[in-house]
Design a protein around this ligand. Structure first.
Ligand SMILES: Nc1ncnc2c1ncn2[C@@H]1O[C@H](COP(=O)(O)OP(=O)(O)OP(=O)(O)O)[C@@H](O)[C@H]1O
Length: 239
């Protein structure tokens, strides 16, 4: 389980963005995270992927409490959590080819010997041709680049995957293709996914549970009732 409990985090003193948030992402399932713009979804994604230290509260990975964040995050825990961002162009080195982008985490971990086979296997799954693998970001579309970013997030077989608005700028068919790849990873790799999206229809189709992150000033006085046949919705984010 990837879990956060009592998480308090923010950027300005005395103005927490997250104020006592509890969240659990079990392996082998998709949890949806919705909520209004600015309520802290990306902040929660950064904290859970150990890129941002919370002011208070605890993150634990498979029952082991995280003791360090960012550069101090233990490598074993850090590599268990993959992250895909909304804007692929801001998330990659523009000098790298798609092959290098996907392989990068293996090189960083000193496992470059696995790269040739692993990138070939992933390229097929994410739908990136050999020819595309040799192109650089400015030579491919956003959807093609996002496929490579998903490949990069999966290359070290993370136990958990956080998709932060992964499909927000993509068309319906690319969205469906990427969701399919993530679902295969859930099924075959027993990976736990936190899928963050503004698109609640997508989340209701995709996730087995949807949580809404609210702040007091954007508290939804009328949280959407759960609809029969759709993922149940719960509201978190209050101390
Ligand atoms: N680096 C930062 N420095 C200062 N404030 C920030 C920073 N990043 C985010 N914030 C602020 O924190 C709040 C939460 O931002 P966050 O990006 O987590 O929200 P979000 O729910 O993901 O929004 P969106 O749905 O629009 O992406 C916002 O008010 C935002 O302006």
């Amino acid at each position: 389980m990837l879990s956060g409990s009592g998480l308090v985090a923010g950027y300005r003193k005395n103005a927490p963005v997250l104020d006592g948030v509890d969240v659990e992402v079990p392996p082998g399932g998709v949890v949806g995270l919705a909520g209004p713009s600015g309520c802290g979804k990306s902040t929660l994604a950064r904290v859970l992927s150990l890129l941002q230290q919370p002011w208070a509260g605890r993150v634990s990975v498979d029952g082991v409490a995280v003791t360090g964040f960012r550069h101090a995050a233990p490598r074993e825990q850090r590599t268990k959590i993959g992250l895909v961002f909304q804007q692929p162009r801001q998330a990659v080195d523009p000098r790298f080819t798609l092959w290098q982008i996907i392989a990068e985490p293996l090189y960083a971990l000193g496992r470059s010997g696995e790269a040739t086979d692993r990138v070939a296997e992933l390229a097929e799954r994410i739908g990136v041709s050999d020819e595309l693998l040799h192109r650089r970001p400015h030579e491919v579309s956003d959807g093609q680049l996002q496929r490579a970013c998903l490949g990069r997030a999966l290359v070290v077989r993370p136990r958990y995957l956080i998709c932060d608005e992964m499909t927000a700028m993509l068309d319906a068919s690319t969205t469906a293709a990427l969701v399919r790849v993530v679902d295969e990873q859930v099924r075959d790799g027993d990976t736990g996914v936190l899928a963050i999206s503004h698109d609640e229809m997508l989340l209701e189709r995709w996730a087995s549970r949807v949580i809404r992150l609210c702040q007091e000033h954007v508290w939804d006085a009328d949280p959407r009732p759960s609809v029969p046949g759709h993922a149940p919705t719960e509201v978190i984010g209050h101390a």
